[in-house]
Design a protein around this ligand. Structure first.
Ligand code: ZN
Length: 247
């Protein structure tokens, strides 16, 4: 009888522990007070068809000043929970262009702000993109974290489950090898995500996966976090509106 009671007690305890541990594993409950900005390039000169991706340097600096003047702390894309629900800004860059080192990095140092760059690992060292040395230097500065944007900019809606799994895994491994830091954040190429992509991202070990959907809701899963595009010629008032708090 005593043995049976002990058994029941142990089972109850283990069940409680299982649910507690599951609660603590949830790394981040989305907070609408965290404003995640999506940039690509900061450059006055443009090239190619997508000129809207090139935010002018003076505009970018003014945006950083506004973030500072509005009293926001900046956070990395892999640590939004550090804000503990308080207002914060997560500055992100997709694709890993070279201006992120030549133009953005000096400004981050000037204003002591954090940014996260999502790298396409096949493009590291390619023309117009960050080199391995620049990535290491920025990582060591403590102002830049690197996330994954897959190996080849593979769109979730155009790939097989196997291809996606391989790219999510390999890009993570390549960046971790390079920076000697854990890579916990993924940005879906072209902002495209599927249920399979979300599942794979979590299974491979990403705690946060970012889309290009603008925030409109009060709750998001960690596997589909929204971001607000910042583009060339965006009026400054519009940028300020992106930072407006909902409460
Ligand atoms: Zn991209």
């Amino acid at each position: 009888m005593a043995t049976l009671l002990t058994l029941i007690l142990i089972t109850a305890l283990l069940t409680a522990l299982f649910f507690l541990q599951r609660e603590f594993q949830k790394p981040y409950l989305y907070s609408p007070n965290i404003k995640t900005l999506l940039y690509h390039l900061v450059a006055d000169e443009t090239y190619g068809d997508y000129t809207y991706l090139f935010v002018r340097e003076a505009d970018f600096e003014r945006q950083l000043q506004t973030i500072r003047d509005m009293g926001f702390e900046t956070y990395f894309a892999d640590e939004p929970e550090r804000a503990r629900g308080k207002p914060g800004v997560v500055i992100t860059f997709d694709d890993g262009y070279i201006d992120n080192y030549t133009t953005v990095f000096p400004l981050l140092k000037k204003y002591n702000m954090k940014a996260t760059i999502f790298l396409i690992t096949d493009m590291i060292g390619a023309e117009g993109h960050l080199t391995a040395e620049q990535i290491v230097e920025m990582s060591e500065s403590g102002l830049v974290h690197f996330g994954s944007h897959t190996v080849s900019h593979l769109r979730a809606d155009l790939a097989t489950e196997y291809e996606l799994q391989q790219e999510y895994l390999h890009a993570k491994e390549i960046i971790e090898e390079l920076t000697d830091e854990p890579v916990l954040a993924l940005a879906y190429p072209n902002g495209m995500y599927t249920e399979t992509a979300e599942k794979l991202a979590a299974a491979v070990g990403y705690r946060y996966a970012y889309t290009t959907d603008p925030p409109f809701d009060h709750y998001y899963d960690n596997t589909r976090l929204p971001r607000s595009y910042v583009v060339r010629d965006m009026p400054h008032e519009q940028f300020e509106a992106l930072l407006a708090l909902s409460n």
